[in-house]
Design a protein around this ligand. Structure first.
Ligand code: HAM
Length: 450
């Protein structure tokens, strides 16, 4: 009986693995150069961790089960709650700000679709312990640095401002607006989840959904026009004097200014339709979108100042971002940015036994074959740190050389009849040139060059 892979999961054969590694190596390198340290947590957490504060959408997508001790557990659908738990556990000893990154494998029981799978990798960068404070010269820097680092990676892949846009808004601004039109504070979380559905459905369907949930056409039309406004000043004018709105607007302006200072303002667009699905965001929120493409967001994040406290820790603010590997890969492929950047496997040396003779060892007692000498040399090369290999398949010289070419070997080392005088033939696979050299001398020379 043939058993297929589980729906929404992927098998990574070596070519797919090379792509996954390119993406993950890039995430790691960019995190490190932006000053983030790596962490990880367990793949299993208590179910309650997600039912408490992540919001209904994530809860509906959980893979959860009861263990033999009747404990309700879930496979992690995101790592932010784990991060909050881990930081809370050591909050007194950790120097602040905490700038950490992680690349967890996550599972969400979503309906698999283009760029959305049931198992994926997600880059996370988070800064914990820096408050959004417009009265301080670096008060919005953590929010800006998360976006800068995100863009640093996307630029590293070859994407430019012609390909992507960072859409930025503010939960604080949205909350102030929603309360202003008469939505109760207790209903805000429900509203965020509802409004986050806007880009996922046709405009009429979204409007009908709002009408149905709010039973108030006036509110529906106010919400739609707010979400479609393209400038902060229009929003400011329409909301009148309101300290919460003023604070949110000051934060957005200062945040944008810092991004301009770091020369990434060209990627920026204020867009009040950005809400984010997760319940815990409290301040600036953002998503990166592919321009001229129907794809969903490449990544998203924002400020979540209450999560640590909600998980029983101190009142410490946080901001961060998550980027999956799936949409990114599809988009890079669409833009033709992938193939050239994936390194093909190469070898430094391919060792080729080619003679028919057997060789005497120095003491004259033991006979060895070209194969024995080849694997001995190959082992010496590998121990010195070179990538070296040989053929399991063929003793024919021509076929072995073909195999060496197929494996992108830089040099072939041929152990032929010359080896009776300890001579190796070194063939440069790029130029085709050959030289004969004593084995000891060869090993001495390559030692020098390493
Ligand atoms: P999220 O919006 O749920 O946020 O996910 C962030 C990104 O993860 C998405 O934009 C997408 O790239 C990727 N992603 C999510 N679900 C899937 C899926 N089923 N298949 C493939 N990719 C997916 C979070 O997870 C937050 N915890 C991010 C965060 C970190 N906020 C603050 N710190």
């Amino acid at each position: 009986m043939k058993i297929p892979p589980v729906k929404g999961t992927r098998d990574f054969y070596p070519p797919e693995m090379a792509i996954r590694n390119f993406i993950i190596d890039g995430w790691k390198a960019v995190s490190l150069r932006n000053g983030f340290e790596e962490y990880d947590g367990p793949i299993l957490e208590h179910l309650q961790m997600y039912t408490q504060k992540s919001g209904d959408e994530i809860v509906e997508q959980l893979f959860s089960f009861k263990d033999r001790g009747d404990r309700e557990l879930a496979i992690r659908p995101e790592i932010t709650p784990t991060l909050a738990r881990m930081v809370n556990q050591q909050i007194n000893s950790l120097p602040k700000p905490i700038k950490w990154f992680s690349v967890p494998r996550l599972c969400r029981a979503e309906r698999p679709q283009k760029g959305r799978l049931r198992e994926f990798f997600q880059w996370n960068i988070d800064i914990i312990g820096i408050e959004a404070d417009t009265s301080h010269p670096l008060g919005m820097m953590a929010d800006a640095e998360i976006i800068f680092t995100t863009l640093d990676f996307l630029q590293y892949t070859g994407l430019t401002e012609k390909d992507i846009v960072v859409k930025v808004s503010s939960r604080k601004l949205l909350a102030a607006f929603l309360k202003n039109i008469g939505i109760a504070e207790k209903d805000l979380d429900l509203m965020y989840a509802l409004l986050d559905k806007k880009p996922k459905m046709p405009p009429d369907t979204f409007k009908a959904l709002l009408d149905e949930k709010l039973s108030d056409r006036d509110k529906t039309s106010k919400i739609l026009s707010f979400m479609e406004t393209d400038s902060l000043s229009k929003i400011e004018k329409s909301l009148g004097v309101n300290p919460e709105v003023d604070e949110a607007i000051e934060e957005l302006l200062e945040h944008h200014r810092l991004l301009n200072e770091m020369d990434v303002g060209k990627f920026y667009k204020f867009d009040p339709s950005i809400v984010r699905g997760l319940a815990y965001y409290t301040g600036i929120v953002f998503e990166v979108h592919a321009l001229g493409s129907e794809l969903r967001a490449i990544c998203g994040g924002g400020r979540y100042d209450n999560l640590l406290k909600d998980f029983g820790g101190p009142d410490i603010p946080a901001v961060g971002m998550g980027m999956g590997d799936c949409i990114l890969e599809i988009f890079m492929r669409e833009k033709d940015l992938l193939e050239d950047q994936i390194e093909k496997p190469t070898l430094d040396y391919f060792v080729v036994p080619a003679g028919v003779m057997t060789f005497d060892y120095e003491d004259g007692t033991v006979k060895s074959t070209p194969e024995d000498e080849a694997i001995k040399l190959m082992a010496q090369l590998r121990r010195r740190g070179f990538k070296a290999d040989f053929s399991y398949k063929s003793s024919d010289l021509k076929k072995q050389l073909q195999e060496a070419s197929a494996k992108n070997a830089k040099y072939c080392i041929i152990i032929g009849d010359e080896f009776k005088d300890n001579n190796l033939i070194i063939k440069n696979m790029t130029t085709g040139q050959q030289e004969t050299i004593k084995k000891d001398e060869f090993l001495k020379n390559i030692n020098k060059s390493k």
